[in-house]
Design a binder for this molecule. Structure first.
Ligand code: GTP
Ligand code: SPV
Ligand code: MN
Length: 605
């Protein structure tokens, strides 16, 4: 250890958990290719990773999780602050002292027979003023491999920790000790008991029992959203948000705008971030697909993507819906819970049409036959974990240490009724209200009932680390920054459905570039909109309005996409009222004032 680091804090952190978790071996990760090769070989031998056909998917692997470990566990995700009210009604509270003790009890001997990996990583480019380092201790080589893709992992980060003297400490175990040398290990070890705990005051993360995604890759949701969200609140004028970041360029004028978008899990961030424009005048590039860290630079919010890879939803991703995501996972990718083809490639629902009779191995390792098998071959929350540098349309500034200036923020969710395709808020405060009252039909990204409506303010419901009322106030404070040039705020809904058939009425995917064009022009002051009871709706089909040329949309469909129906909105308002009230007494009065105004406008219809 003395050879590994000179930093006393780091030494004592690692020593404490070696003593507690009693691993068989300790490996300090340097992030090198040689280390990667050795670890991959071990995992292939253990059956954790299946090498894919090198001719079709070079340097790529398939992992299949335990069927009980397929998504984030929101009920077992807790925030530990001394005062329960500071955690608020939307997060699970637990006492910090008691919880730390409980976690340490679970951790006792939990790495018996296993290797402890000590993983230094940077969220954001190493050394950038907007970046932070973390250390993840884990006994899952799958997690190490995933962190290698998702973050800047290895020696450079360790050196930066030694230079800066600070890091976010995270501890993770699959909670599956090997008690005797003869015990057969599982290909995906995990525990029935799962707990993902956060200590925002000391920046600590302690996770137990799951090897999956946001439960286990601690740099992602635990650090970059929950711990960083609390840091941002403490700091006052920065933000850590569940947002994609993209760059839109008008090829005629050469002008660029950066747009950030908060949609709930599995609601289209990756697709929106990487879409191929169907409008010849606009070129789109990606900065990030899941998380944005923002702070003011010269009076404008600048954002970095703290991640280095994409942990994207596989089902529904295809060469027609998202070719850039498909190219991102052509090589160097770890797939989890997708299906395996006979020639060792991957497949998932929506990727391509299969000839009936095609045989696959489904994510549960069973034979699966196209046209016959009833259950999906890939788990609905199956994912690809691919390096961002594989994506052919990364924005040249995506690793700019100072971030990119954000011109617009877009909120959205899965709503089959009521919410129009796009509208704009009147100002920041109204935009904050739109974010605070947003909701979505639930997806498979977390355990729970798929399809059930739930409020999901700013797409942050599962990723909060303090009282939601205080979080809304933080948004209002950002908007009150003196002299700032704030992003304009929009709301989108690609998921409106036709009554009866349940078909989506908006083509979506690449055609969402039409929404980008309108946002671009609104930011520039040339876009045409009209006041409506809910905010500014686009003019449609006129210069400066929403461009629907060539789509051949029925007038009925256009009307449906933009209607503001009194009855529907009255139901909507009742649900906003209920959720704002349920968010508790710290919800800023200004948001209730926005609600009153909306109600008056709708009642006048
Ligand atoms: P997390 O990674 O979980 O935070 O989610 P995400 O928001 O990045 O999700 P992603 O973009 O991967 O969403 C995937 C799902 O949304 C897939 O099922 C897509 O088919 C669907 N989807 C994305 N964009 C559109 C769209 O424009 N229209 C429709 N109908 N579906 C879309
Ligand atoms: C999400 O659920 O929003 C994700 C995937 O981005 S996970 O990392 O598993 O949280
Ligand atoms: Mn996400």
């Amino acid at each position: 250890m003395a050879q590994w680091t000179s930093n006393d804090k780091l030494k004592s952190f690692v020593n404490e958990y070696i003593n507690l978790m009693t691993p068989e071996r300790v490996h300090f990760c340097d992030g090198s290719d040689a280390e990667n090769k050795l670890m991959v070989n071990d995992m292939v031998r253990a059956g954790t990773l299946i090498p894919l056909n090198p001719a079709k998917r070079p340097n790529s692997y398939l992992a299949r999780s335990d069927p009980g470990d397929v998504a984030r566990v929101e009920k077992q995700t807790v925030i530990c602050l001394p005062n329960k009210d500071d955690v608020g009604p939307t997060n699970n509270w637990a006492d910090p002292v008691q919880t730390k003790k409980e976690m340490h009890d679970l951790y006792k001997g939990s790495m018996k027979g296993r290797t402890m990996y000590v993983v230094p990583y940077s969220m954001g480019p190493v050394g950038s003023p907007l970046s932070f380092n973390g250390i993840e201790i884990t006994d899952s080589p799958y997690v190490v491999q995933s962190m290698r893709i998702m973050a800047r992992m290895g020696d450079a980060s360790k050196k930066d920790i030694e230079k800066r003297g600070s890091f976010v400490p995270g501890v993770h175990t699959v909670g599956h000790p090997l008690n005797s040398p003869s015990e057969q290990d599982a290909p995906w070890p995990s525990s029935k008991t799962k707990r993902i705990t956060h200590f925002p005051e000391s920046n600590e993360i302690l996770s137990y029992g799951s090897g999956y995604g946001g439960n286990a890759l601690l740099g992602k949701k635990c650090f970059a959203l929950r711990i960083a969200g609390y840091m941002a609140k403490r700091q006052g004028d920065s933000m850590a948000e569940h947002m994609l970041i993209l760059c839109a360029k008008n090829k005629k004028t050469g002008k660029k705008k950066y747009i950030a978008g908060a949609f709930p899990s599995a609601c289209g961030k990756t697709n929106f971030a990487m879409m191929t424009s169907t409008l010849p005048d606009y070129e789109l590039e990606t900065v990030g697909d899941d998380i944005a860290w923002m702070r003011f630079v010269n009076g404008r919010l600048h954002a970095i993507n703290p991640e280095a890879g994409f942990f994207g939803v596989a089902p529904g991703t295809s060469m027609s819906t998202n070719p850039n995501a498909m190219r991102s996972c052509e090589k160097d990718t770890i797939f989890t819970n997708v299906a395996l083809t006979e020639d060792f490639d991957v497949w998932w629902e929506g990727m391509s049409k299969l000839t009936p009779g095609t045989r696959l191995t489904d994510w549960l390792r069973r034979e699966w036959i196209a046209g016959e098998s009833k259950s999906p071959a890939a788990h609905p929350n199956s994912r690809f974990c691919a390096p961002a540098k594989n994506c052919p349309i990364m924005d040249p500034s995506w690793e700019d240490p100072n971030g990119v200036p954000i011109d617009a923020i877009v909120f959205g969710g899965r709503r089959s009724t009521t919410i129009p395709l796009i509208y704009q808020s009147r100002d920041w405060e109204h935009g904050t209200f739109l974010g605070a009252t947003m909701g979505s039909e639930q997806t498979a990204a977390a355990e729970g009932q798929v399809g059930a409506f739930r409020a999901d303010p700013m797409a942050m419901l599962p990723f909060g680390s303090y009282n939601i009322g205080d979080y809304f106030q933080h948004w209002l404070n950002i908007g009150a920054k003196q002299g700032a040039q704030l992003p304009k705020i929009f709301f989108v809904n690609f998921f409106k459905k036709e009554n009866g058939t349940g078909k989506f009425i908006w083509p979506g995917f690449g055609e969402n570039s039409r929404l980008i064009k309108w946002i671009f022009e609104r930011v520039d002051g040339t876009g045409k909109g009209r006041e409506s009871p809910i905010g500014i709706l686009p003019e449609v089909g006129v210069p400066g309005g929403l461009d629907i040329s060539g789509l051949n949309l029925d007038k009925k469909v256009v009307d449906e996409l933009f209607k503001v129906d009194k009855k529907e909105w009255q139901t909507e308002i009742a649900s906003y009222k209920k959720s704002l009230q349920a968010f508790g007494p710290r919800v800023p009065k200004k948001l209730f004032a926005q609600l009153d105004k909306l109600e008056q406008n709708i009642n006048k219809l």
